[in-house]
Design a protein around this ligand. Structure first.
Ligand SMILES: [Zn+2]
Length: 350
């Protein structure tokens, strides 16, 4: 039977339609096999353990899910993997800090309640001097290293001036008791602090302080000591200094930016420091000098509940108040600070 023209046209159309359908059905499932969503949870799960050593890796884990809704993903029939990504990512993040052996979620357990405030509001002026390196900057040092350095000669001159001008070097404990309980302070009180715990404190600063019968508080980065990081003091040196009357505070475990962190992470920082202090020095950490001066209210709340008494900032000034113990201001000492400038900084009303 010879097909009519109409039948032939119908056959051709049918064949074309069948071909189109076949190609559509046999199109490889691009969206499923090469979909990046499938791979992402595995990538994120690898962050779980490194966060213990490098907590800075944590924010990207939270950020990655926002990349997921790519156009190709929504065009296909596999939207289900999307929601599962977010919970797994966040659960690994919060789990990692609590995985540390001793950082339990009960900060109040630390036996360091601090002096009980008598309810009276107080404010006082007292310069808290802030030093970092106490040495001549090495050749080729960048501007930051230079700016953070005070030479032993300048430091000795500054302490000579303090002694000669009738200043009395006190401790942070003295300041906290004065603010919270009204305990009297000597005339012209001043506090000396060192951030980071560089080894030149032991080599250069301590002998000069000792010769002047003055004390200072050094803020330690506890993981650096635990790992014997070169350029920083070790626990043996710190113990010798403690016996000689030098005080210590925490400068976090690893000098990380503490802002916008989870409670678990901040507990890990606060209790980690205090546990190292307890183990090595026989006392808890009572003060936190925020790394690079970076902190937020969450940092204050967690360190306060972990038994810390006060927090030191890098904001400049010397007014302190009983209502703001975790916002203590300091006076920065620089490589370029001359003796007349030093005197001005001490006496200026700020
Ligand atoms: Zn620092």
């Amino acid at each position: 039977m010879i097909p009519t023209k109409l039948q032939r046209q119908t056959l051709v159309l049918w064949l074309l339609g069948t071909l189109l359908m076949l190609t559509a059905c046999h199109r490889p499932p691009i969206s499923l096999s090469s979909n990046p969503i499938v791979a992402q949870p595995q990538e994120q799960s690898t962050i779980t353990h490194p966060t213990l050593d490098s907590p800075s890796a944590m924010p990207p884990a939270i950020a990655t899910p926002t990349k997921n809704p790519s156009p190709t993903a929504t065009a296909t029939s596999s939207p289900t993997p999307l929601p599962t990504v977010t919970p797994t990512a966040t659960s690994t993040v919060t789990a990692s800090p609590t995985a540390t052996p001793t950082a339990t979620a009960s900060p109040t357990a630390t036996p360091s309640p601090g002096p009980t405030p008598d309810g009276q509001k107080r404010a006082l002026q007292l310069p808290i001097l802030m030093y970092h390196y106490l040495s001549h900057p090495p050749a080729g040092a960048d501007k930051y290293r230079v700016d953070l350095s005070v030479t032993p000669e300048h430091f000795a001159q500054q302490l000579d001036y303090l002694a000669g001008a009738g200043y009395h070097v006190i401790t942070l404990d003295d300041l906290i008791y004065a603010l919270t309980r009204g305990r009297p302070l000597p005339s012209k009180p001043v506090i000396i602090t060192f951030d980071d715990g560089y080894e030149d404190f032991y080599r250069n600063a301590f002998p000069i302080l000792k010769a002047h019968h003055m004390t200072a508080t050094v803020f330690l980065i506890t993981d650096f000591l635990n790992n014997n990081r070169p350029g920083y003091m070790n626990w043996a040196q710190v113990k010798k200094l403690q016996q000689a009357g030098i005080k210590f505070g925490a400068h976090s475990r690893n000098h990380a930016d503490l802002r916008q962190r989870t409670t678990a992470y901040l507990v890990w920082q606060a209790l980690g420091c205090t546990e190292s202090f307890q183990a090595q020095l026989g006392e808890p950490a009572r003060y936190i000098a925020y790394p690079s001066g970076r902190y937020d209210q969450h940092v204050v709340d967690v360190f306060h509940s972990a038994g810390y008494w006060a927090g030191l900032t890098t904001r400049q000034g010397k007014w302190h108040s009983s209502g703001r113990l975790f916002d203590l201001r300091r006076v920065r000492m620089r490589f370029t600070t001359t003796l007349p400038q030093f005197i001005w900084l001490l006496e200026h009303d700020w």
